[in-house]
Design a protein around this ligand. Structure first.
Ligand code: ADP
Ligand code: ZN
Ligand code: ZN
Length: 814
């Protein structure tokens, strides 16, 4: 009887449709201990060696012609079996190749970059030919390889003085080997440690024996006599003010030994965090806290919408709930939007939990990120804080997942895999019997709806801890300004308030939403915006042919010469950039000091924080910026917040435009009144009676959500339907159109019930980097089953999209 072999199923690192399935490999005897589900391995694939992940292990007696795993990359598999299951779920849910989902879960340094290298046959097990037998021209390269074993091909060509063609001939003749290898590019930080090789008695003798003039060496030995423990070399050098040479002679004598050790970098090293203790909770906080820890203690999968106004003490509740979780011996993940992952935010957690916290954010170098990640994987920390991708923290006993500001759109990844952290969190929580807390003052409409229908427990905090009132919000009607002859972009209210604010020596924040591209046509007399008759979203103005187009259904219309509602001729496209606002501020308020923050002024690393620090130091009167400053408003001297044009967000061609406007205005207002000096807010708009603006200015939360749900239901948008958007792109305009149309046709033939296909239409940005872009939108019934049907259909279309120049990305929207 033949013995059973252990077989590993491996997802290989080729993100195409044909390879998007597990391939089987034999696990060689010597790797049996190391290959586990979640291991990163090297496998032969065609003529190459590829990186892959083991997704399952089985036993077979029939193993016809299977190849074997070449080697295992890590001692500890980077992924747990649970994360491997999550990757399968992501691939299914977000229609991406499984390898992409797997890659999304590991730090960048593990993603493997292939590099062509040269080796000698020696290192691959074949015996080395006699060096004398090598052709003379190949000898320099041979010499190099005898010393270094592996050399990148580029270097080999340069240093060995050969051409690629020649090298290939030698490879064919068996003198050298070429292979593609994965380089981890892991920049591990090495630290040299020093310790005495002698015990104290022998140290004493050694000190005696040293010649008189060796004062330095005596000092060092004396130090170790008094402190016999090991010490990092650099610390010793600074403590004793030495240079390396005196150490070296003692090491050469064999009295001291050095050891190179890998150090895990702590990005917060050197900063101290004053320990903080739990605060006595208010009654509202206490009941929210109990709502979280009750299911936690019962190991019950549960999710909670914690809807609390800004300043209601949500973070304190998180901290105390995490403490409970850690006491159970379980771990916690805290997600915050990248933009609010500020040092202040991090220090609140570090102060409470000290070194038990790992922080993952994009400001870290790849190496630092990897180190933080390894602390999690090794179980050295119990709390992980980070932006979206921290949801993949490789913990094995999760008790609590907190998503702060859960409504933020940055929780959805904009490229493949287009996962949403909230959904990944719910999926992980189900595996761990964990509790998910979605915290926010302004839930996503989808979350609000799910809380209403009982999918989440709904806990609300109505009061601010310090009882400070919310600042009054004044709405400046820009139509009225125009009627009064004010053609500037600043209303009289805002101008006056700004002047007084600066006179008092206080500061203002001016906020301008400008998500780049979109311009719309609006009547400046009545605020009328030209909308699509089918889709209830603004039509977008296209400079090229001066027309209006709907980005959902493709409806086209000419730009009207007068307003269809009031017949005014002041109807034109609208869109304002930060630079224009800055210029106008300079013109109208001479001497005003302005700091502008937008993508242009913050592209360099650290610029964002530097500008905020300068503003905090009082180096400017006004901070002017795009949505990136909405979170940066926590400055005690800011007493005025101006929203320059609420309409630019409201008129984005997106069904979530009203939701985003409401959330933004609420957030901006909530931030303004956190300090001693009372604040106020001015919102400028041409549509003062739009419900999102009106209700935000009155702090009418519930009414807004009711109204918005009604609108979504009427026009059939999520959460009242399932919505998929497909983005096709291709260098050839006709080809991309053909593919998009074909897809729509295929769908038309197999349309599941209640499914609507819209488009194809040019994408909001119709061409990027010489690729033409088209959108197709698919609306289906809300039920999971209907959505699964659409997914299956989409998956079956993949073979149609094999054109190597074509890219199709599918977004599943909430
Ligand atoms: P949120 O996250 O809801 O905006 P925070 O947690 O930031 O609110 O709380 C606002 C302020 O109130 C913070 O300065 C916090 O330290 C303080 N705070 C929170 N809870 C309490 C409490 N129970 N007693 C005293 N101060 C509190
Ligand atoms: Zn009008
Ligand atoms: Zn339309």
């Amino acid at each position: 009887m033949r013995e059973e072999e252990r077989i590993a199923s491996v997802i290989v690192d080729v993100p195409t449709n044909q390879t998007d399935r597990p391939f089987d490999y034999i696990i060689p005897e010597e790797l049996k201990m190391d290959v586990q589900v979640g291991s990163r391995v090297h496998v032969p694939f065609g003529r190459r060696q590829l990186l892959g992940y083991v997704v399952s292990i089985s036993h077979h007696s029939e193993v016809k012609k299977l190849k074997a795993i070449a080697h295992v990359m890590d001692v500890t598999p980077p992924l747990t079996p649970e994360l491997v299951r999550l990757a399968h779920w992501m691939a299914e849910k977000y229609l991406c190749p499984t390898i992409m989902a797997l890659h999304a879960m590991v730090p960048a340094v593990l993603k493997g970059k292939y590099e062509r290298v040269v080796r000698l046959p020696l290192s691959s097990g074949v015996s080395l030919k006699e060096p004398q037998a090598y052709p003379a021209a190949a000898r320099p390269l041979l010499q190099l390889l005898l010393k270094k074993e592996v050399i990148k091909q580029d270097e080999a060509l340069k240093q060995g003085g050969v051409t690629e063609k020649q090298l290939r001939q030698w490879v064919r003749a068996g003198w050298f080997i070429l292979s593609d290898e994965v380089s981890d590019r892991i920049t591990k930080k090495k630290v040299t440690w020093l310790k005495p090789a002698l015990d104290r008695t022998n140290l004493a003798t050694a000190i005696e024996e040293l010649p008189v003039q060796a004062a330095r060496q005596r000092e060092i030995l004396q130090f170790f006599y008094e402190h016999p423990a090991e010490i990092p070399l650099t610390s010793l050098l600074t403590t004793l003010e030495l240079n390396r040479s005196s150490i070296k002679s003692l090491v050469d004598k064999g009295w001291l030994v050095t050891e190179e050790r890998e150090e895990k970098r702590d990005p917060y090293e050197g900063r101290s965090f004053a320990p903080s203790t739990p605060l006595a909770l208010t009654a509202e906080q206490q009941s929210a806290f109990e709502a979280i820890i009750t299911p936690l203690k019962e190991y019950r999968t549960h999710s909670i919408l914690l809807q609390g106004v800004t300043g209601s003490g949500k973070t304190e509740i998180y901290l105390q709930a995490i403490e409970q979780c850690l006491q159970q011996g379980r771990e916690a993940i805290v997600l915050v939007p990248e933009i609010s992952l500020t040092p202040q935010m991090v220090s609140r957690f570090k102060s409470r939990f000290g070194a038990r916290v790992a922080v993952l954010h994009s400001g870290l170098s790849n190496g630092e990120r990897y180190d933080e990640w390894r602390k999690i994987r090794a179980g050295e920390v119990e709390v992980a804080i980070g932006a979206r991708s921290a949801i993949f923290a490789p913990f094995e006993k999760i008790g609590l997942v907190i998503i702060d500001e859960e409504h933020e759109s940055s929780y959805q990844q904009e490229e493949n895999p287009r996962y949403h952290a909230r959904e990944a969190a719910l999926t992980r929580a189900a595996e761990h019997q964990a509790v998910v807390v979605l915290g926010t003052a302004t839930p996503a409409v989808a979350t609000y709806f799910d809380a209403r229908v009982g999918k989440y427990e709904w806990v609300q905090l109505h009061e601010r801890v310090h009882g400070r009132p919310f600042p009054p919000v004044h709405i400046a009607d820009m139509r009225e300004e125009l009627r009064q002859g004010n053609r500037s972009m600043f209303s009289r209210t805002l101008s006056e308030k700004l002047t007084r604010c600066v006179e008092r020596g206080e500061q203002a924040v001016f906020f301008l939403n400008r998500r780049g591209y979109s311009t719309f046509v609006m009547c400046r007399d009545c605020g009328k915006v030209v909308e699509c008759p089918n889709c209830d979203i603004s039509l977008t103005y296209h400079h090229t042919n001066q027309s209006l187009r709907c980005h959902y259904c493709g409806h086209e219309a000419p730009v009207p010469s007068s307003c269809p509602d009031c017949a005014s001729e002041h109807i034109r496209y609208f869109g304002t950039g930060t630079q224009r606002v800055e210029a106008e501020l300079a013109k109208r308020f001479p001497g005003l000091r302005v700091i502008r923050m937008d993508v242009d002024t913050t592209s360099r690393k650290g610029a964002h924080e530097r500008l905020l620090t300068r503003f905090g130091n009082g180096e400017a009167d006004v901070l002017l910026g795009t949505q990136m400053i909405a979170k940066g408003l926590d400055f005690p001297r800011v007493t005025l917040v101006g929203v320059i044009a609420a309409d630019t967000m409201l008129r984005l061609p997106h069904y979530q435009a009203a939701e985003r406007t409401y959330q933004l205005l609420t957030q901006v207002s909530g931030r303004a009144g956190r300090h001693e000096a009372p604040g106020e807010v001015v919102v400028q708009t041409y549509t003062p009676d739009h419900y999102s603006i009106e209700l935000a200015s009155q702090y009418e939360v519930e009414s807004f959500y009711r109204e918005e749900c009604l609108t979504r239901k009427t026009h059939r948008y999520p959460p009242f339907c399932g919505l998929f958007t497909l983005l096709f792109s291709h260098p050839d305009q006709l080809v991309v159109l053909k593919h998009a149309q074909q897809t729509v046709q295929t769908f038309g033939n197999k349309l599941p019930e209640q499914t609507q296909v819209l488009g194809p239409v040019p994408a909001p940005i119709p061409r990027i980097k010489d690729r033409y872009r088209m959108n197709v939108m698919i609306k289906c019934a809300r039920e999971e089953q209907a959505q699964a049907q659409v997914r299956q259909l989409l998956r079956s279309l993949r073979p149609q999209w094999e054109d190597p120049q074509l890219r199709v990305s599918i977004e599943y929207q909430q």
